[in-house]
Design a protein around this ligand. Structure first.
Ligand code: C2E
Ligand code: MG
Ligand code: MG
Length: 718
């Protein structure tokens, strides 16, 4: 095969070949796309023209060079069919005439030209076919390669999934929408304590837990119905061995291409430890560390639920608020260790005694416990049970203690109260129970509470009232039963309230005593009474009128009382023997249960001392003998028993005999006796017959302003 640019044989007309090649190149370029420049095309086709010319003339003749030219045309991408057609036709027509010198024509030129045309066409066709094959093969190869790559990617992805699936610490399970488990990983099986094979035989429904969060299986149902794509809950499973594992469960739905639900994929994480820690923390937050009982937080949570329950509208709720009596003294004398052990024991007893009824027992703090009586059971019965449980002797260490408690009970319809109202009422009622003595229970009484509150409101205004001078003293005569002369007057305080009018001491003295306000008020009473009495003494010295002033226990107990009394006497100038102080039996005995120390010092001042309301307390008569007392005031009820009209003989006689005995006793102790609350002349007459010394009461004159006494003294003098 002659390369392009080979010398052309001398017998080939060069000028002819070049012209022919130039025309050929033009035609080829005109008829189709040629990826060569014009000059390159022409040079290439000139070489082929020369080769074809040589082929025609070479002996022996063969058409092979023509085939090669045909192939070369294809290889040069001159494959436009119309260009081939042109090439073949030109070979049969112009070629011999223009390229082959006429003298060099072989004899069989026509056959040879035909063979050259055939050879070129065959070479062309073969080359074209080869190229097509090659192309197809390339395409096929690429196609195969591409498919391999996709498959590889799939295999990779599958392998990655498998690696994650089998190696994951998270349990993964796949189930059909019928709930049948299709596959689970080892972690899933381990978490539930089954083998993979066992799990693949069961239905997820078998893993339902009776205590699963409400709504959880509805959620699952929605998922498999395709109404939802994912769900996440905390769920517990029973392991195969019966133990419980808590998990964080995330389920997602895999759909068919058309959207129909296909599988569910569940991923579970074992959160048992975290859950148990949470539970522990929650327990700690809601329980008292000492007794293990629910604490006030849990109590209020539970109470809130009871009160909120919509269905509870006509239900009743009860609360027993219990406080140990004298726990502080136990704690102080036995030590906090024993105190704590006592609380633990009491807590346990309380919990046990109501356990059967399902009532909640909580420790509210200190020595306070509360029982929430749910379901309308008799709260008083519960309180009695609790008191009995507490009262059984307690052994702590080598000590045996007698413990008691007081209980405030509130019981009312759920709809009519709130947690804070209920507890406030329970607190008030507990206070009532305490005030009534040890080991008592009291039931809430709204009217009493309202009275208490009104009293408390009144007392709150007391200090300001004292400053504004809203208090006045009324005086009630104490009269000699023998001669009818007024020997003394009792000072009785009243409050001229700007809105409520004149208020008697029964409505404020008690609370003033509890709050300590009595000390200031009492001092005012004492000084005012001394001043008034001093005036009477100066104006009516012969009357020698004694003023009798009440001292509250709290005042009498105050060591400063002796100085206060001395100062009141000194400031007013009242002779000490014209002042009498009235103390109740309990005040005489003092707060420590011992006769009051300041009693002797008061007596030493030279003032008279009287025991007020004698017979209503628990005076120890043996003590009375040794105390510097001058007078006993017989309490009203004894006098009341001495009937004004003298009808009920039996009762009259009993009270008369008591009064008779008391008077004899008092006289044996060289004490005067004053009868209180004398309301009729008959009573006065009988009391005189019983040798009572003096009387006080409406019969002898009601408590009245100082001027009334002054007028009476004036009248008496006159
Ligand atoms: P008390 O010391 O026993 O005073 C006698 C009470 O009997 C007075 O009540 C008086 O008004 C009342 N009374 C008078 N005549 C009769 C009668 O014929 N029949 C009956 N049933 N009662 C009669 P008041 O003034 O309401 O005082 C009540 C109590 O308040 C006093 O009882 C006394 O314990 C206390 N109190 C009064 N003023 C003071 C005070 O200034 N200081 C202290 N600490 N207590 C006072
Ligand atoms: Mg009195
Ligand atoms: Mg009295």
């Amino acid at each position: 095969m002659a390369a392009v640019g080979d010398p052309i044989g001398a017998d080939v007309g060069r000028g002819g070949a070049e012209g022919y090649a130039a025309d050929w190149a033009r035609a080829v370029r005109r008829l189709g796309f040629v990826p060569l420049s014009a000059a390159e095309t022409e040079r290439l086709l000139l070489a082929h023209t020369v080769r074809l010319a040589q082929a025609v003339r070479t002996e022996p003749f063969t058409a092979r060079p023509a085939e090669e030219v045909g192939r070369a045309l294809v290889e040069a991408h001159l494959t436009e069919p119309r260009a081939l057609e042109w090439s073949l036709r030109a070979l049969g027509t112009d070629f011999p005439r223009r390229v082959l010198a006429a003298d060099g024509w072989p004899a069989d030129l026509t056959e040879r030209i035909a063979a050259v045309q055939g050879g070129l066409a065959a070479g062309y066709a073969r080359a074209l076919r080869d190229r097509t094959f090659a192309q197809q093969e390339r395409i096929a190869r690429s196609a195969w390669q591409a498919r391999d790559e996709v498959e590889q990617a799939l295999r990779d992805s599958e392998a990655r999934f498998r690696a994650v699936f089998t190696g994951a610490a998270i349990g993964i399970g796949i189930a059909g929408v019928d709930g049948q488990i299709i596959d689970v990983n080892q972690a899933f099986a381990d978490m539930l304590g089954y083998s993979i094979e066992e799990l693949c035989r069961i239905n997820v429904a078998a893993l339902f837990h009776a205590d699963d969060a409400a709504g959880m299986w509805e959620l699952y149902q929605q998922l498999i119905e395709g109404k939802q794509d994912a769900a996440r809950v905390e769920k517990r499973y029973h392991r195969k061995d019966g133990s419980v594992v808590w998990t964080d469960l995330a389920v997602s739905l895999i759909r068919h291409d058309d959207g129909r639900p296909r599988f569910t994929v569940a991923m579970i994480e074992d959160i048992t430890e975290r859950y148990e820690l949470q539970q522990r923390l929650r327990f700690q937050a809601l329980h008292d560390p000492l007794t293990g009982l629910p604490n006030r937080t849990l109590f209020f949570e539970t109470l809130g639920r009871v009160l909120d329950a919509a269905a509870a509208a006509d239900r009743r709720v009860g609360v027993c608020f219990l406080d140990l009596d004298g726990f502080k003294a136990i704690n102080d004398s036995l030590g906090h260790d024993l105190g704590d052990r006592l609380l633990v024991m009491i807590g346990r007893r309380l919990a046990e005694c109501v356990a059967d009824h399902g009532h909640l027992v909580a420790r509210m703090g200190g020595d306070e416990f509360v029982i929430l009586v749910d379901g309308g059971e008799d709260a008083v019965a519960v309180a009695k049970t609790a008191l009995a449980a507490v009262a059984a002797p307690v052994h702590v260490g080598d000590q045996q203690l007698a413990v008691s408690a007081s209980v405030g009970i509130v019981e009312c319809p759920v709809a009519e109260t709130s947690a804070s109202e209920l507890m406030k009422a329970a607190d008030t009622t507990l206070y009532w129970a305490k005030a009534a003595g040890r080991g008592r229970w009291a039931v809430y009484d709204p009217e009493r509470s309202a009275r208490d509150m009104a009293r408390a409101a009144l007392v709150a205004g007391l200090p300001a009232a004292l400053e504004r001078g809203e208090f006045v003293l009324h005086y009630q005569p104490i009269v000699s039963l023998l001669e009818g002369r007024m020997l003394a007057v009792e000072a009785l305080v009243r409050w001229k309230h700007p809105e409520l009018g004149l208020i008697g001491p029964d409505r404020f003295i008690g609370l003033a005593e509890e709050t300590g306000l009595i000390v200031g008020l009492g001092e005012w009473v004492l000084r005012t009474a001394c001043r008034d009495a001093e005036r009477w003494w100066r104006e009516f010295p012969d009357a020698r009128l004694v003023v009798s002033v009440n001292l509250a226990a709290r005042q009498a107990d105050d060591p400063a009382i002796v100085d206060t009394v001395a100062d009141a006497l000194a400031t007013s100038g009242l002779p000490e023997e014209l002042l009498q102080l009235e103390l109740t039996e309990s005040a005489v005995m003092g707060s420590a249960g011992e006769p009051l120390r300041s009693l002797h010092r008061l007596a030493d001042l030279g003032v008279r001392l009287a025991v007020d309301d004698f017979g209503t307390g628990y005076s120890n008569l043996a003590y009375l003998r040794r105390l510097p007392i001058h007078c006993l005031k017989l309490a009203g009820p004894f006098v009341e028993g001495i009937r004004a009209d003298g009808t009920d003989v039996a009762a009259d006689h009993r009270d008369e005999r008591i009064v008779d005995a008391l008077v004899r006793l008092a006289h044996a102790l060289e004490l005067w006796v004053t009868a209180e609350a004398v309301e009729t002349g008959v009573q006065a007459e009988r009391l005189r017959a019983l040798r009572c010394d003096t009387g006080q009461g409406r019969y002898f004159g009601a408590p009245s302003p100082a001027e009334t006494i002054t007028a009476r003294l004036r009248g008496g003098a006159a």
